[in-house]
Structures are given as structure tokens and as C-alpha cells.
Design a protein around this ligand. Sequence first.
Ligand SMILES: Cc1cc2nc3c(=O)[nH]c(=O)nc-3n(C[C@H](O)[C@H](O)[C@H](O)COP(=O)(O)O)c2cc1C
Length: 339
Amino acid sequence: MYKFFIRPVFFLFDAESIHNFVLFLISKFNFLLPIFSAIYNPKIKNNVSIAGLKFNHKLGLAAGFDKNGVAIRFWDAIGFSHIEVGTVTPLPQPGNPKPRIFRLQGDYALINRLGFNNKGAIEVRSNILKAKPLLKNGLIIGVNIGKNKDTPIDKASDDYVKCFSMLNDVADYFTVNISSPNTKSLRDLQNKSYLSQLLSEIQNKNRELNKILKPVFLKIAPDLETEELSAIYEIVNLYKLSGVIATNTTVSRENLKIDPIQEGGLSGKPLKHHSDKILNELNDLNLKYQNKELNLIGVGGVFSKNDFNDKCKLGAGLVQIYTGFIYEGPSIIKKILIY
Ligand SMILES: Cc1cc2nc3c(=O)[nH]c(=O)nc-3n(C[C@H](O)[C@H](O)[C@H](O)COP(=O)(O)O)c2cc1C
């Protein structure tokens, strides 16, 4: 239904406009939630335990799809085990000039250079607060945090700590996003000294606000060299993070049928190989150090049950999707988890 009737209509419109329009509709038509639930929810309660949180199963919606948390009840109704709201910055910001999302249909991919457009921490907190008591299926809500565009890189940790404090009471877990290619210098935060400072300040705030530490994950880029990845691995363990999310979009343009001229982060099928490689290297490090504490979350290019299983075999305790959902529609949840 989606692939043959709905997607062709959606794809007639600009990618971002139709995305926002559909999000708006599903956020307003809450009376339809039981119908969506009956059609799409796989009704699985496997209770996967990660970082002290109980997930119904491993599949979640990746960050950036519902940046402001306007459709949280819908994600719960159709049966994701978790979603990541955000990336949220302390202050609202418009992001980069439009157009800034591009479909590469022949490659089952997207390129985006949104640049952390979002309504800011106050409004996002209020959206989560309103939705939470109305959830029926135990959706876990992660909040993915970042820095405002105008905050210089050496002050970046102030923004992350601000977001952490402002959203601490509504987030089930946090993801520290240092891997978007669309905010100038953000990926520099993956360097050893910046990262140590950033994670140390976030965990200090975490200890100050919470008796039991809130799970914190780090979301990394797929374009890291092995040495860079090893350094990151050492630091996330040093600061006792709950896990690593591998990966964000890539700046690479390998394996594309059509050479796109657009700048930005590439997601979807061509990303899978890159993100699986990073996941594999992280899994090897966990095995080498017999480290059972660091959870791995796999994301990048999941379109099918096989893609999902690949990530699980590479050690992913949870798996997230974004571009696959755009191309396959909500029935992808059952396709991955049941059929
Ligand atoms: C349009 C778009 C916006 C995104 N925005 C964010 C974001 O705000 N924060 C983030 O951490 N990742 C963001 N991502 C990256 C996704 O969460 C995911 O890591 C990436 O797309 C790879 O998964 P996929 O191949 O299933 O799409 C975005 C991706 C897309 C396509």
C-alpha cells in the first residue's frame, strides 16, 4: 500500500515539506492511533534490557525524524520500542537554508544538511511531558542533544550540559551527538581532548542530578579511522557511558549510482557498509577487552530483516532506522520483527 500508492504521492513533493506536513497530520489526528496500532504494531514484548532500561524489542526510530517530539504517541502506537527525539539544542534555531533534504531514489538514500533545526529544549521538554503519560506501549524516549550553531566549539560542552539539565526529568536516556556533518566543526568534538572534557562535564551533571545515573550514549560518525575509533572507545569507557550509537550519516559518496552534487550527510542503503564496519570494529574492541558494559546501537542502511540481523550479529543490542522508514513506510516494523 505505502510503496505503491502513498510513497509515489509523497515523493512528488519537496522532501522536507512533505515530512513536516505528515508529522503535523499524525500529531493532530490522535483519534486514529488505535487504527494505526491495529495495522502496524507487531505487539512484541520481548523485554530487551539495555543500560537498565526495558525495551519491548530492539527496533527504534533514529534521531532527526521527529526532532521536536511532536508525534511521540504515534511512534508508540505503531510499535517502535524506542525513539530518539532531537537533535535538540538549548535555544531554538532555524538550521541551514532550504532546500536541505534530497532524495537519491535509485540508491535508496537521502542527503541532508538540515543543521540542527529544532524548537529548542524548552518546547521539546514540554512536548515530551505532554505525551509521556498517554503512552500505551511502553515507548522508551531518548533525547539526542547538540550545540547551537553560534556556540564556539570550545564552549560546546556548556550547551550539552544545558540540554542535559533542561531535559533530565523527561528523558529515559541521552545521546550525545558529536557526529552530524552539518554543523561546522561539530565532528571536531570526536577529538580526544574535546571529547574528554565534554563527557566529563556531562557525567558530572548526571551525577549531580541523578541518584542512579541516566544512561548516556555517544553517537559517532561512520567516517572515523581505526585509531580515532580506538581513542573514542577508551574515552567512553573511562567516563562510563552506557554505549555507542554507530552511526550518523556519512560524508563519503562511495557506491552511488548517480554522483550527487549536494553537500551534506548521506543515509540509507549506501551507508550500511560504512556503519556496519564501525559497528564491527566496536564489537571487536568489546570482545578484545571482554567488555560487557558498553552497549552498541546499530543504525545506518537498515531496510530489511536481513539488514537488521546483520547489525545484531555485529553486537548491536538495539537497532535504529530512519531512511528505511521513508522508503518502506510503517509496515517496515513488522517486516523486520515478524515476517
Ligand atoms: C533528514 C535527516 C535528519 C537527521 N537528523 C539527525 C539529527 O538531528 N541527529 C542525529 O543524531 N542524527 C540525525 N540523522 C541521522 C539518523 O539518525 C541516522 O543516524 C542516519 O540517517 C543513518 O540511518 P539510516 O540509514 O537508517 O537513515 C538524520 C538523518 C536524516 C536522513
